[in-house]
Ligand binder design. Structure first.
Ligand SMILES: [Zn+2]
Length: 402
């Protein structure tokens, strides 16, 4: 998501096992390790123009595949990597699963391809959780973690928000939409330095529908931000299908966390500190969507959010910088978080600082570490049940973004 743009996810699929082992062996010295927290530079680039994105510092789709194959080869006893879908331009969408605990924590990253921290944080988390240590073994006994890193690989490779798809391609897949107006979240004009006029795309994070069996209908277009999406894209359908399969297996997807970036220069309540990360557990106004309410649990989402907040805070101060509550006055049923919340999952949004076009790879290590520690705290709290002891009313005490 971004704050100012108000702009936040199968079929049985083949396994990666046995693929690319030779490649994996070459990649043992894999990805950079996170660096310690550092003070924020005063000269942050707070404009909206495209700058040096530093995109080569981040993990590409090919590198992600290599790293997942390496981990799978190394830890096949505790890690299961599957392809859950294929992007519009033919790239694999992978899910990595570890742990045998009774509660599922589902994590997705990079639905917006210019919001890359989450993917590296998920890889780090997977390395930690699949380790052969007592601590990792304990976590695996407590929860089942299912992560979809880089769920929108076409957008990620273009280092932009939207996927790589034309309305004509959508209509070709769904002939019943011929004559309908294109979806409201279709980008076909230049935007934040990206040439969508030449290469159109959609904000996939408005393509979810709380009715997980919804089939696109012409009368539901062009839609709006306060209405549900349509599952017209392979990327959102891959995550929707995964969600449904997990729900069938476990009875419920206990927790869903979606990893994003926001603007680089948001300030906290004091007006003095730039926000490192905003959190939220609320994405819809449930009163507006009662027809789709299948056990919405706002208090549980608040407890999960607080688990992350508390885990990143020490006596009210975070060693990772300023943490705030993301704006609460949103109603976005077309987001994965909104749709899955209406289906009864506890839901949490992470919004770290600065999309690639404004912030590049600055403080990359600190931001990755912040996201991973927040995920760690949620997994621990869900696994032990400590999340249920958290007072959800404290949610309102999290400082707001100015
Ligand atoms: Zn986003």
């Amino acid at each position: 998501m971004t704050r100012r743009n108000r702009t936040a996810y199968g079929a049985a699929t083949p396994k990666l096992a046995g693929v690319g082992l030779a490649v994996a062996a070459l990649l043992v010295a894999s990805l950079p390790v996170a660096t310690p927290a550092a003070a924020q530079p005063a000269n942050a680039h707070c404009g909206t123009s495209t700058g040096d994105t530093g995109s080569s510092s981040w993990t590409s789709h090919a590198e992600l595949g290599q790293e997942l194959r390496r981990l799978q080869a190394q830890r096949s006893d505790v890690l299961d990597v599957t392809q859950i879908g294929t992007s519009n331009r033919g790239r694999e969408i992978w899910a990595a699963r570890t742990g045998t605990g009774p509660k599922v924590v589902l994590v997705t990253s990079e639905i917006h391809g210019n919001e890359k921290t989450g993917t590296d944080a998920v890889l780090s988390l997977l390395r930690d959780m699949t380790a052969g240590t007592p601590a990792a073994e304990r976590l695996r006994s407590l929860v089942t973690l299912v992560a979809v890193p880089k769920m929108n690989p076409d957008a990620a490779e273009l280092d932009r928000r939207g996927n790589d798809r034309t309305w004509a391609e959508v209509v070709a897949e769904f002939p019943q939409l011929a004559g309908a107006r294109p979806a409201w979240n279709y980008y076909n004009q230049p935007r934040t330095g990206d040439d969508y006029a030449t290469r159109p795309g959609f904000d996939v994070n408005r393509d979810y529908h709380p009715d997980l069996d919804y089939v696109p209908r012409a009368e539901d277009f062009p839609g709006s931000s306060s209405e549900a999406g349509w599952y017209i894209h392979p990327e959102s359908r891959a995550v929707r299908d995964l969600y449904k399969s997990l729900r069938a297996e476990f009875g419920a997807v206990d927790t869903y966390v979606d990893l994003h970036h926001q603007g680089p220069c948001d300030l906290d309540e004091s007006g003095e500190n730039q926000v490192t990360m905003s959190l939220s557990g609320k994405f819809v106004d449930v009163e507006n969507h009662q027809e789709y309410n299948k056990g919405y649990r706002l208090d549980y989402s608040k407890q999960l959010t607080l688990a992350a907040y508390d885990g990143l805070s020490v006596r009210g101060q975070s060693p990772f910088g300023s943490l705030t509550l993301y704006p609460q006055d949103i109603d976005l049923p077309g987001t994965g978080l909104g749709s899955f919340a209406l289906n009864g999952s506890g839901t949490v949004l992470f919004e770290v600082r600065g999309q690639t076009q404004t912030w590049g790879a600055k403080q990359r290590g600190q931001l990755i570490q912040t996201v991973e520690k927040g995920l760690d705290a949620i997994i621990e709290a869900v696994g032990t049940g400590a999340v249920n002891q958290i007072d959800p009313t404290r949610y309102d005490d999290i400082p707001e973004t100015q």
